[in-house]
Design a protein around this ligand. Structure first.
Ligand code: GAP
Length: 478
């Protein structure tokens, strides 16, 4: 992970937010290469999800009527229990605290829990112990040693902490002017269900897709971009007839995992993690996470949820507006169920970056080999699609290279580089994941051909300079 974070900064993928002021926890800035990669991920998702007959796009505002968050259950339920150390003020999310405890304190608590649960029971394992600890945290405050300051018995009882960022709209800060930064994009879709249905005349089943920022005041931010406070989601709500929901839930599950695979993530590095019935979110009838194998272990990158008719029913109740569907064929009226696919663009960015990172061997000009750092992005996602090099900076090779560059730039992102040995230039492009490098040499002067070198195989072939654009575009398509 350290190598990836350091490469991300060095090559301009990701910078810490407000770094010159010491940084802002849980917030990150996407640099010149990062913003390209992020845009390409979002574009690939938008294309896969909305360039079809049954899904419409939407871009709802981040600030919404405060009643939306009452109806959705976020004011009441979008909370994490947390405890504070009274001594050093460190704050911990209860479900994450157990893993952070000093060894001795952890063992002491484990032994206590084993006695309570019956040590011989087959059900007593690390997960049940951790769950018991989280559910009964207040019984353990006297036994916990603070992982930050090392004092024992200094933790407060657990308190509910709402993860929504609160602000005020207008000039007066009062209870009546409270607004929240949205913690998910989904609610913008639910409140526009009627508008989209009417304006597009879509029939069930149909979906509404949206990409946008979401904000959560996470207690513990961690692992680079994995858990942050400001991030982007790519969500789609598929409105279906009750009764068809189980089948469509399974279809979307398979469809969505295939998207990650098509963009270069090996199937064995992805995992379905179904939510057990007693851990389902307040709105869900069924839920499964798509997990990616990060360097620190499997972690969720997308959730597929069967949200039943919870959201449309709640918004009907709170707004007084009917959000139902009339099935003309069967002459029946009902509130649709919703299958949701909710992927993180920010977390997805991190997954694609980790997936692409590699250190392999490359030949040097002296016939030896050296370690090269390379990002194996799918050409569709790569920030720069093609680099163009003149072999030498004389005899008109620069002019030809610049002309090729400006022609290709009309279609995709290209990088022109005329400094240093060609081998060094390859290495610099490998590090930022550029799939193709074109070299203009003396043969180009004779027959208009160039060398095109592919990043992963490092194989080179000769093609006519007018064919470069088609060559790259073909590799970019899925
Ligand atoms: N509308 C449903 C919903 O928001 P979620 O499982 O809370 O479901 C969906 O979030 C996705 O959003 C996650 O799979 C993850 O990719 C991303 N996500 C959620 N919280 C995040 C955070 N704090 N930082 C980065 N990404 C996050």
């Amino acid at each position: 992970m350290d190598k990836i974070v350091s490469l991300a900064k060095r090559r301009g993928f990701v910078f810490q937010s407000s770094e010159i002021y010491g940084g802002l926890n849980g917030c990150w800035d996407f640099g010149p290469l990062g913003v390209e990669l992020l845009n390409n991920i979002k574009q690939a998702w938008w294309q896969a999800m909305t360039y079809r007959d049954d899904v419409e796009g939407l871009d709802a505002s981040i600030l919404m009527h405060p009643k939306v968050w009452e109806a959705s259950g976020h004011v009441e339920n979008f909370t994490d229990p947390m405890v504070d150390c009274k001594q050093c003020k460190a704050r911990y999310r209860v479900d994450l605290l157990f893993e952070s405890l000093p060894k001795k304190s952890k063992k002491h608590i484990e032994d206590k829990i084993k006695v309570t649960l019956g040590a011989d029971s087959a059900e007593v394992n690390e997960i049940t112990i951790n769950n018991y600890f989280s559910d009964n945290i207040d019984h353990f405050t006297a036994d916990i040693t603070c992982p930050t300051c090392g004092n024992t018995g200094t933790f407060t009882n657990a308190r509910k902490f709402n993860l929504m960022f609160k602000t005020y709209m207008g000039a007066i800060e009062s209870e009546d002017s409270i607004a929240y930064l949205r913690p998910e994009t989904a609610q913008g879709i639910f409140v526009n269900y009627g508008n989209v249905k009417e304006s597009t005349r879509q029939k069930l089943p149909f979906g509404i897709a949206q990409i946008g920022k979401a904000f959560r005041n996470e207690i513990n931010t961690k692992n680079f971009l994995f858990r942050v406070r400001e991030f982007e989601q790519m969500e789609m709500q598929y409105f279906v007839k009750p009764g068809s929901d189980d089948e469509l839930y399974n279809e979307w599950k398979e469809h969505r995992i295939q998207w990650w695979v098509d963009l270069g993530i090996k199937r064995e590095n992805l995992n379905f993690a179904p939510h057990p019935a007693d851990k389902l979110a307040h709105y869900a009838k069924a839920a499964v996470d798509i997990e990616f194998k990060f360097p620190f272990g499997f972690g969720e990158i997308e959730g597929i949820h069967n949200r039943s008719d919870f959201d449309l029913s709640q918004h009907t109740k709170f707004s007084g507006k009917k959000l139902d569907y009339y099935d003309e064929q069967n002459k029946e009226r009902f509130i649709p169920y919703v299958i949701e696919t909710s992927a993180g663009a920010t977390r997805g960015f991190m997954a694609f970056l980790c997936n692409a990172f590699d250190e392999d061997e490359a030949p040097t000009s002296e016939g030896k080999s050296e370690v090269r750092t390379v990002l194996h992005f799918h050409p569709k996602l790569a920030p720069i699609k093609c680099a163009v090099f003149p072999l030498v900076n004389k005899d008109g090779l620069q002019e030809i290279s610049q002309n090729i560059t400006s022609d290709l730039q009309k279609t995709f992102k290209v990088f022109y580089d005329d400094s240093g040995a060609v081998g060094r230039r390859y290495r610099r492009q490998d590090e930022c994941g550029t799939p193709f490098c074109v070299t203009v040499d003396y043969d180009t002067l004779k027959d208009d051909t160039v060398t095109i070198r592919e990043r992963d195989s490092m194989q080179q072939e000769r093609i006519h300079k007018d064919k470069i654009k088609m060559y790259v575009l073909e590799k970019m398509s899925l």
